[in-house]
Design a protein around this ligand. Sequence first.
Ligand code: ADP
Ligand code: MG
Ligand code: ZN
Length: 703
Amino acid sequence: MSVDIHQFLKKYFGYDSFRPQQEEIVRHTLAKKDSLIIMPTGGGKSLCYQLPALALEGFTLVISPLIALMQDQVDAMLANGIAAAALNSSNTAEDNRRIKEQIEEGILKLLYISPERAVSASFISYIKRKKVSFIAIDEAHCVSIWGNDFRQEYTRLPELMQHFPHVPYMALTATADKATQTDIAEKLALRKPHKFLSSFERKNLHLQVQGSVQRLNVIKDYVIQRKDECGIIYCLSRKSTEKVSAALCEVGIKAAYYHAELKADERNRIQQAFQQDEIKVICATIAFGMGIDKPNIRYVLHFNLPKNIESYYQEIGRAGRDGLASDTILYFSFQDAQILRQFIDDSQADESFKIVQRSKLNRMLEFGQATSCRTNMILSYFGEHRSQPCGHCDNCLNPPEYFEGTVISQKALSAVKRLNDNVGVNMLVDVLRGSERKEILSMGFDQIKTFGAGKDISKEDWLSYIGQMINQGLLEIDFTNFNKLKVTHIGDEVLFNGHQVKLTRPSHAPLSGTKIKSKTATFEDALFNHLRDVRKNLARHEDVPAYVIFNDSTLQEMVSERPMYLSDMASISGVGQHKLDKYGTIFLDAIKTYVMKESSPKNIKGKTYQETFTMLKQGASPEEIAKERGINVITVYSHIAYLYEKGEAVDISTYISDTEINEIMQAWYKLAKPEGLKELFVHFKERYPYYKLRLALSFIKKG
Ligand code: ADP
Ligand code: MG
Ligand code: ZN
């Protein structure tokens, strides 16, 4: 098969290079072989089937579990000029007729379908004589009972697949440990599939854990500083989602809450508004997630502790799909851990299941308390072992400093002993800090020797130290007895034999991986916001999510490159042929007018240039400027060329066309880059006036 897949990548998707593994997967599929693809959320799985779908004859079936997901993908494909459709229950008869027509005419390239529909007798009898190029099964972990989200219909997919013995199958997932991987391959009857296992590391995600004291206020400050960005805040209960959302709305943030008890249309409305960037922050229970393919989520915060590392990683994975730096912060609390443990204990599941759930929760606790690289901890949880530090987690960026913590530990251990191993973490901290709350007084805890012995240490720090002591095995939590603390034999060593303890100070400041907007927004920020507005209007008009037009990383590249011509625009990542034709001029104009209007000179020396620049921005033509200033028009053009070369916001395309520049550029190279303009002038037999030559030269020099 001799298709130029790089050309396809640029033409249809606007990308210059493949992400890791994508190219190998595409080639493997074009060679008609089966594959199992395990790639983290946001890694770029869709392209792995979308590109071969375009290159192969016929159309590709994509099995996808959620209607919302299908629709977003179809919108994204259509925006790139690719014929895609979804067959699902929300279609009208007319929709279905049109899809069949596109299949008959051989136009359709991708058909998204739910698993239940795909295995229905009527669909199979229709499809089996059609030209299916290959079958991709997204969210393939749904086929395995070991996976996170088992779905019976997935196990019937081989009934469909057996009708197409000669097409390749591709199964894709972001969550599958080793056992699940093997199970997927078996249950889907893949034929000697090649396993493409990507690293689970998400380099653009900044991982951080903070204490939970005052978390609502901390979160408020965090969100206010990023009020133009989109984020998700995960909470444990319906009530906290409402509380957090209300607190944010109160300070003027466009926030909403989302949980399973909302009516379906309300949930859809919120999801829709979030996709369109109209709601900026969603405070949600875990009910919110599947079906969110929004690429520009800049942060995911965990107001509460997630129940295991799988859920945590899946949830933070929703941040930064577009590859831009994004924050994730977990507000760690022992109380949450107690609540989660209670859920497990109270559930109807059998004991063996509960044991697994408890040990998963323990791993989550270890993660929260870790003092070494957090990324490596997660990777090893998923079976990827690595020792070099990641450089994008809090522990790598701000390595904890150890200090001699023996005396502090002894105070805590002694208090636990004196309270007869009969207090939980919070009560212990209150006793150490000498709180006089009612329970303490009524229980007589204020009478013990260590009451108030740790007044000088904040509550938050105490919580951290006790967490570290639990991790170091000095204390343990008795889950069978209301989570009371107990001193272990190692703790006894510390208390009675002076065994040394090292502790680390918790960090309080949110270490942000993303850029916080300064109060005086830079010109770049302002232009970016302007382009977002342009995008939002287009999206509203076309009734698609904003990112379907262009995603944030594409807009950011436009901001930094400031394209002036369609040819510059075409080289921006994310601008394929179809989008170039459709939106290229709109965004070029938006950039030019904004830049002309708003920018102030920064690189230009010399008053004369500045004067010309000011007049240009006021809309004067070179002729008018020359007249007004009493200088030669050629001089004005040379000012314009100078300004342009210096990177100022002048639009030379008003005075010289793309083709003219090209022609002059070719001649310039042919003449071995002459210094002066004379040679060019002669070369073109005076066809180009000097000022155009000068402008073209400024374009070449700017590069
Ligand atoms: P996944 O399904 O693995 O979670 P997606 O397929 O939704 O991830 O891709 C995540 C994001 O990455 C999308 O916004 C997509 O446009 C972008 N993307 C995919 N491949 C590339 C690439 N080669 N270059 C740049 N961006 C890409
Ligand atoms: Mg996907
Ligand atoms: Zn790290």
